[in-house]
Design a protein around this ligand. Structure first.
Ligand code: NG1
Ligand code: ZN
Length: 529
């Protein structure tokens, strides 16, 4: 194909405006929206190449900056099975967005040659976006990139990140997984959820109502769609719907609630112990919270969801007499108390991996039932083929009602990626089955006080870590200083790492008391500066 005209067009329409090197990180490419047009065009090009490389399978492109502030945007690619882009292509992506406009054509030719891609073969790219005001403009850039390579593009408009993952998998899966359409997604989750409710809307301490903080993002819009279709099997009040003055993730949403450890600013007056949850801007994370009768804020984060889900699945497997290996995967951000609870109470193997879902997902695949969650509420459960067929067989046998429940639980879970709405429906199902309210849930263990700081430095990449980011190897001597600081605090633990999505170094600290935690975080922050 003669691509000359396409490139001339792109140079004119989507010139590269910044020479700053950017890297495909934990959340794809992120940055200020005004510098992303050329990145988007090039990702449209790359997605088409990737689709051709994968024999015409659908590849997803999601335009979002997730939990980051409104002026930011970003882009990530979704591979055929709904998983994150393969690691070797991350560096191909990084190289492609960093070349100059003049080198672009040559760089594309290199990718085609290196990967032996037939550029006349078929391709399809699925594109979705969050509701930031610059997302439609950036979506057009992606579509133009696809068209420049004479590829096919299907635009889904405003969807959550997990919805786009779902569309990609269902398009590429031959067995009945679901339809690659918005209705197909609602259908799959709501059918499973309703069956699991089995008309028992309340049970024991469990009440059928919940407040849902939509972070002024996509999650709010889609939750409203769920409500229309769920017919009261769950009573949800959506706050931060993204209408009026509210900005995406501003003073609300999962990241705000988790990091600030307080309810969204716009939180209405509610009864103590009212169950509330917050999702982030693209609805792939969820955390729960409530206020107790003293008016104190209480958080139920990703670690809490992971332990709830793991405990429940273990019980189900036991009741069905199925011998399945269950494991839990966390990152260094997991609260130390949750890890102790998993080891000592649940007695389940637990591993720690670097930040970023792809690492967690990968590790979780080692188990029959792999439960993984980041403390910030991003996570899901993956089941091995063996687990799925064993459960399906048991369900067929007829004398095991729990196996039927188990099968529906698998249906309710979006295995491809953390999905705030699917995770929320799963938590609601488990609490309902257990007859638990938030008080019962939080009494399983007591979180250690913890704090996160963001430190601005000249070059965040002078910090290098090892051992799942828990040990700092560069700059030399820093880990020694961290150890010294930590040793002065009872149950103290702290680590530092460069963020993959923001230009900051993150500090995490936990200790026995709130005061100690604040002081430890502060000490570490000074060491980093
Ligand atoms: P970075 O910026 O690399 O810390 C953040 C989250 C990750 C993940 C990515 C992708 C924390 C501490 N980090 O990564 O867990 O969700 O964003 O969005 O929450
Ligand atoms: Zn997100």
């Amino acid at each position: 194909i003669n691509l000359r005209t396409a490139y001339a067009f792109s140079r004119e329409m989507y010139p590269k405006l910044s020479t700053e090197h950017i890297q495909y990180g934990t959340g794809g490419f992120r940055g200020k929206a005004e510098f992303l047009d050329s990145v988007m065009f090039r990702m449209g090009v790359l997605a088409t190449l990737r689709s051709r490389f994968r024999s015409g399978a659908a590849i997803g492109v999601m335009i979002t900056a997730s939990h980051n502030p409104e002026p930011d945007n970003g882009v990530k690619l979704v591979d055929p099975k709904g998983e994150m882009l393969e690691a070797s292509w991350e560096s191909i992506a990084t190289d492609l967005v960093n070349v100059s406009d003049q080198e672009l054509e040559q760089q594309v030719a290199k990718i085609i040659k290196d990967n032996n891609i037939d550029i006349t073969s078929s391709s399809i790219v699925y594109v979705g976006m969050d509701n930031r005001y610059h997302s439609p403009r950036l979506l057009k850039a992606v579509a133009d990139g696809v068209i420049a390579l004479k590829g096919n593009v299907r635009e889904y408009g405003i969807v959550t990140t997990p919805m786009l993952h779902y569309f990609v998998v269902s398009a590429n899966t031959k067995e009945a997984y679901g339809k690659p359409m918005e209705e197909g997604y609602y259908d799959k989750l709501i059918t499973a959820f309703k069956t699991l409710r089995n008309d028992q809307l309340e049970n024991g301490n469990y009440k059928n109502n919940l407040i849902f903080d939509g972070a002024n993002g996509v999650g709010a819009r889609k939750m409203l769609q769920f409500i229309k279709r769920m017919q009261n099997s769950l009573q949800v009040t959506v706050i931060n719907q993204g209408i009026g003055q509210g900005k995406i993730n501003e003073d609300c949403g999962a990241d705000y609630v988790k990091v600030q450890q307080r309810p969204p600013k716009s939180m209405p007056e509610v009864e103590p112990y009212t169950r509330c949850c917050s999702v982030d801007g693209d609805a792939d994370r969820v955390v729960y919270f409530f206020s107790n009768d003293k008016g104190e804020f209480q958080l139920l984060d990703g670690d809490r969801i992971a332990t709830l889900v793991a405990g429940y699945l273990m019980d189900l497997a036991k009741k069905c007499q199925l011998d399945l290996r269950l494991g839990l995967v966390q990152t260094a951000y997991a609260n130390g108390a949750s890890t102790d609870y998993i080891v000592n109470e649940l007695k389940v193997p637990v591993s720690c991996v670097p930040t970023g879902v792809k690492h967690l997902h990968h590790k979780a695949l080692e188990y029959d039932i792999g439960v993984y969650f980041e403390a910030n509420g991003h996570g899901t459960v993956v089941f091995s083929d063996h687990a799925k067929s064993t459960v399906a067989e048991a369900a067929k046998a007829g004398d095991k009602p729990d196996a039927k429940i188990f099968l529906k639980i698998i249906d309710l879970i979006n295995e491809t990626v953390g999905d705030a709405i699917s995770d929320m429906l799963l938590v609601e199902t488990i609490l309902n089955h257990k007859g638990w309210d938030v008080k019962d849930w939080i009494s399983t263990y007591t979180d250690l006080p913890n704090q996160q700081l963001k430190i601005k430095v000249q070059d965040r990449n002078v910090i290098a870590t090892t051992d799942a980011e828990r040990v700092c190897v560069k700059p030399e001597g820093l880990q020694f200083e961290i150890n010294k600081a930590v040793s002065n605090y009872k149950r103290g633990r702290a680590f530092v790492r460069p963020s993959g999505t923001e230009d900051v170094v993150r500090v995490y600290a936990e200790a026995n008391t709130k005061e100690d935690t604040v002081s430890l975080a502060h000490e570490i922050g000074i060491l980093v500066q």
